[in-house]
Design a protein around this ligand. Structure first.
Ligand code: SF4
Length: 577
């Protein structure tokens, strides 16, 4: 029987509830955002007793559906002050699904100074004081938890950055091979740290191998159709499995939209040194894995394992946005320096996108030199990871550093760093950055599909026409997909091959014995966005916060000399649905 589990850190107790009727059709982001909107006071302090940290599995989590193993986390964000959802691969979603836990809600705050771990098993929740792993990085925590609880358990943890409640703190989740994946954006690790939880261990021993299906035959048939579309589409069937997301380095550079030197240029002269093609060849030469899934059952497998020159593990899940940010945006062209910085961020528990945007701003401020990847790594380990005064400033994120050093070129929206696509030369993504309920977030409405990759048609990235409608449709669809537990990359076949989304809806219907239509799914996406928007308005945000920083309108970006030219009135039409 599916349930909602609550952990009250004020009383160090837990309780189970059946899933309320109103939440029965919700999963993933729809579940986390509904719970946060209903139960968290919008004006509360994100690190205070009234915020809640919610983990929710998707509607298809725990099934055999391809690429359905994403887990959503939600809270009020300490980075943005908005509602926040961030999702991650790893083993946790599947394990929570097998335990019948649709959502795990962590509320309150412990008395005293002690830290805790939480154990989730079929017999219930155990909250124990934690001392041995305090101060440890996420790799040591993953090893220590395995030594204590056995090899098959799932782990969600915070590193020192989360313990210190820095705004760039993420939550680390163990993947099937014992490597780490990150619930990255919005400082959710600081919320977990504020509740003084070092790690959550999930043991699904004694549970069925998969969740029950209302109609297994129909599910299997729809699942086959769905998988076929992922394998047939050139992006999910060839591009991502071969080169990973870093295939975009050369593509976005060619489009003049690769933010370089803290968003002052749109192309990086050393782009080849950090490209997906170079990474692929380096991985193969060093005996790494060019293709790897962040969770069991992913048929796309965009992830990879990157080794150092001696053939030893250096990092995995080496994403385009990380490589762009710590590379082009900081003018670092040594791949191994970028990979080491990614590894350190995994260990100390920091979001690589926020860290990369922050370092671009810090370099402009003269805190370190552009191109100095070694100093970047030292600052991550010795300043941020150890919480020195400078480390606390940097760990507050890009907006914090810009404010403290008195800069105007600070690429953030609602306090969150702008990711790897310049909004002046790729305008659809700029609309997403401005209007997303999450602050600047490329995944919220990934217009690169249609602006650059000609997936779902083509809309000229340099012109304004059609961008608001494109971003709106993508944001609605993404909010729905984020509620299923699916990886967002299913959007590529979803936009081009009609049977992809039809098969997805058929799987949900066969799982629960319901009759959802495509319109119902679209309405779910609209409901999620409106719920999140309402929370943000009550938290003190208004249309005036749906804007890009002024410098994008004042500084033309080479090579197209493009500027950001949407008016506030135009952007406000985004919410006309
Ligand atoms: S495509 Fe990549 S990000 Fe998506 S589920 Fe697979 S490995 Fe994870």
């Amino acid at each position: 029987m599916d349930k909602i589990v609550r952990v009250n850190m004020s009383t160090l107790t837990s309780s189970n509830e059946s899933v309320p009727e109103a939440w029965a059709g919700l999963g993933g982001r729809a579940m986390t955002s509904t719970i946060v909107a209903e139960e968290v006071p919008p004006t509360c302090h994100p690190l205070g007793v009234n915020n809640k940290l919610v983990f929710a599995i998707g509607l298809l989590s725990g099934t055999s559906a391809a690429s359905s193993g994403r887990l959503c986390g939600g809270a009020k964000s300490p980075l943005t002050g908005t509602i926040k959802e961030s999702n991650v691969g790893g083993t946790a979603a599947r394990q929570l699904a097998r335990l019948g836990i649709r959502a795990l809600i962590i509320e309150g705050m412990p008395p005293g100074d002690a830290w805790y771990n939480i154990s989730v098993t079929k017999d219930g929740i155990t909250i124990q004081e934690e001392t041995a792993l305090m101060g440890a990085g996420n790799f040591a925590v993953a090893d220590g938890v395995r030594a204590r609880y056995g090899d098959r358990v799932g782990v969600m943890s915070v590193g020192p950055v989360g313990e210190m409640r820095m705004a760039l703190a993420n939550i680390s989740v163990r993947d099937p091979e014992g490597k780490l994946r990150s619930m990255g954006r919005g400082g959710l690790g600081a919320v977990m740290g504020s509740k003084r939880i070092k790690f959550i261990v999930i043991d699904d021993t004694g549970t069925p191998a998969a969740v029950p299906l209302h109609d297994p035959e129909k599910f299997k048939a729809a699942g086959k159709r769905f998988t076929k579309t992922l394998q047939e589409h050139p992006v999910t069937g060839q591009g991502l499995p071969t080169y990973g997301t870093a295939v975009l380095v050369n593509v976005i550079n060619e489009a003049g939209g690769l933010p370089t030197r803290n968003f002052t240029q749109g192309q990086f002269t050393a782009h080849d040194a950090i490209s997906g093609e170079t990474i692929h060849d380096t991985i193969v030469a060093r005996g790494g894995k060019p293709k790897h899934g962040c969770h069991a059952g992913c048929v796309i497998q965009c992830s990879q394992v990157y080794n150092d020159a001696d053939g030893k593990y250096l990092t995995s899940g080496f994403e385009y946005e990380t490589i762009w940010g710590l590379g082009a945006n900081c003018c670092v062209d040594v791949l191994d320096d970028i990979a080491l910085a990614d590894n350190i961020l995994d260990d100390i528990g920091g979001d690589s996108i926020e860290a990369a945007v922050m370092f671009g701003v810090a370099m402009e401020a003269g805190v370190l030199e552009f191109g100095d990847g070694k100093e970047m790594c030292r600052m991550l380990r010795e300043e941020i990871g150890k919480g020195t005064p400078l480390g606390r400033v940097l760990g507050g994120g890009a907006a914090n550093v810009g404010r403290i050093y008195g800069l105007t070129r600070v690429p953030v929206v609602k306090g969150q760093g702008i990711p790897a696509y310049d909004p002046r030369s790729i305008k659809g993504i700029g609309v997403t950055y401005a209007t997303s309920t999450m602050g600047a977030d490329h995944t919220a409405g990934y217009s690169i599909t249609t602006n650059i990759l000609n997936v779902g048609g083509h809309i000229d990235p340099l012109k304004k026409e059609g961008q608001i409608e494109l971003s709106r449709n993508l944001q609605i669809a993404t909010a729905a997909v984020d509620s299923t537990g699916m990886c967002i990359f299913i959007a590529f076949p979803g936009l081009d091959i009609p049977d992809c989304l039809a098969a997805l809806v058929d799987m949900i219907n066969a799982r629960f014995g319901i009759s959802l239509t495509m319109d119902d799914v679209i309405n779910l996406g609209k409901y999620v966005l409106k719920t999140e928007h309402k929370f943000n308005l009550a938290a003190g945000f208004s249309n005036e916060h749906d804007r890009l920083p002024e410098f994008f309108s004042l500084e033309p970006l080479a090579p197209h000399d493009a500027i950001w030219d949407f008016t506030g009135e135009e952007l406000d039409t985004f919410w006309n649905f």
